[in-house]
Design a binder for this molecule. Structure first.
Ligand code: H2U
Ligand code: ZN
Length: 349
């Protein structure tokens, strides 16, 4: 029998950040690449849409009116999933039925007053303003005594359930550390204890040496397809230095964060010549009052597209019931992203 090669044979890959595994079936991609780059008509949205609830000056669904904002604009979500004034309480029946009240708050962040832009189409300076607002929101929300975690995220594209094309993201802050960052907290803590270095610092050093999964980089950040990626073109932005949270980034570093966010999303859009949908979000230290030297700031991108602007990966069948699985390897995905043009497809036309 031939010897095992992970470029050829079915295997499982370990995610050291969460402790989860994924199944990789590289032999299924032996068939030639049949991804088609469609050329969907470039749809132009107006820079202002009178019916958009996020545009400056418009009335929102909740009845409140947006100011005539000219930069980034943050407001409390009119339909917040988490609210501050929930009474403390729990519901417990033995070991089987268990519930706890949860406090928190939700915000919406309009990235730009312009209805027609997306992150890859915005100037780095304008994206830097978004990063700056994320930073102050993390500080302000994290300072509230009942907030232990601030989740900053962006849902992009209607395929991801995004309700409006106006460029925006959300922030949910809450009293407990939610599941995903909580798993990452634990794994990073154990790693730091064992190696006296951050898990992602060591991981990044390895990736920079191997040069197999790196997509793009700048002075302060690297964007790569993680070894354990599940979504076909999943990526992570990782800071070169171990930073626990946004507040530890200086002006130059926040600018570099904006730059790599733009670079990566341009590559995404150019892959299938479509405004690339994804859910993305920042993972950083909890704001639970403890120091978190184990935490290494990063941003995850989970895009669902697989082969074209319309063919997406479904998480069904075996994956729902047994284990996440992928065909195209992380290395192949990184290569495809590296191969696209660096200029946005819309500005090329
Ligand atoms: P998406 O990021 O999934 O599109 O969600 C947008 C959020 O905006 C959603 O959580 C909020 C919704 O509750 N929203 C308002 O707060 N006010 C509005 O007028 C409409 C949408
Ligand atoms: Zn709008």
């Amino acid at each position: 029998m031939e010897t095992f090669q992970f470029t050829e044979h079915a295997h499982r890959r370990y995610n050291p950040l969460t402790g989860d595994w994924i199944l990789v079936s590289p032999h299924r991609t032996k068939r030639p690449w049949q991804g088609k780059v469609e050329n969907p008509p470039i749809t132009k949205r107006p820079s202002y849409d009178p019916t958009c609830y996020l545009c400056p000056g418009n009335e929102r669904a909740g009845g409140l009116k947006n100011p005539d904002y000219t930069n980034v604009y943050v407001f409390t979500n009119d339909f917040s999933a988490l609210v501050p004034d929930v009474p403390a309480g729990e519901y417990i029946h033995g070991d089987l039925l268990r519930a706890e009240s949860e406090r928190g708050l939700c915000k919406v962040v309009c990235f730009s007053p312009r209805h027609d832009l997306t992150i890859p189409e915005m100037d780095v300076n304008a994206i830097k303003n978004v990063v700056d607002v994320w930073t102050t929101q993390y500080e302000e929300l994290g300072a509230l005594d009942y907030i232990s975690y601030v989740q900053i995220f962006e849902n992009k594209g209607d395929i991801m359930g995004c309700s409006n094309p106006h460029p925006h993201g959300q922030i949910w802050a809450q009293a407990c550390v939610p599941h995903e960052p909580s798993k990452e907290s634990e794994k990073q803590r154990l790693y730091l204890e064992k190696h006296q270095a951050t898990l992602l610092g060591d991981y990044l050093e390895l990736e920079v040496k191997l040069q197999e999964r790196i997509v793009t980089s700048n002075r302060h950040f690297v964007a790569l397809v993680p070894f354990w990626a599940f979504w076909p073109f999943e990526a992570m932005i990782i800071s070169r230095q171990s930073k626990q949270h946004l507040l530890q980034l200086n002006d130059d570093e926040r600018n570099a964060f904006a730059d790599i966010y733009k670079q990566l999303t341009i590559m995404y859009d150019n892959l299938f010549n479509v405004s690339f949908p994804y859910s993305a979000g920042i993972h950083q230290a909890p704001t639970d009052g403890h120091d978190h030297p184990e935490w290494h700031l990063h941003m995850h991108f989970y895009p669902p597209l697989l082969r074209s602007a319309t063919i997406k990966k479904f998480m069904v069948g075996y994956e729902m019931l047994a284990n996440p699985q992928r065909d195209i390897t992380a290395e192949q995905a990184a290569q495809r992203l590296r191969d696209v043009a660096q200029t946005h497809y819309k500005s090329n036309s």
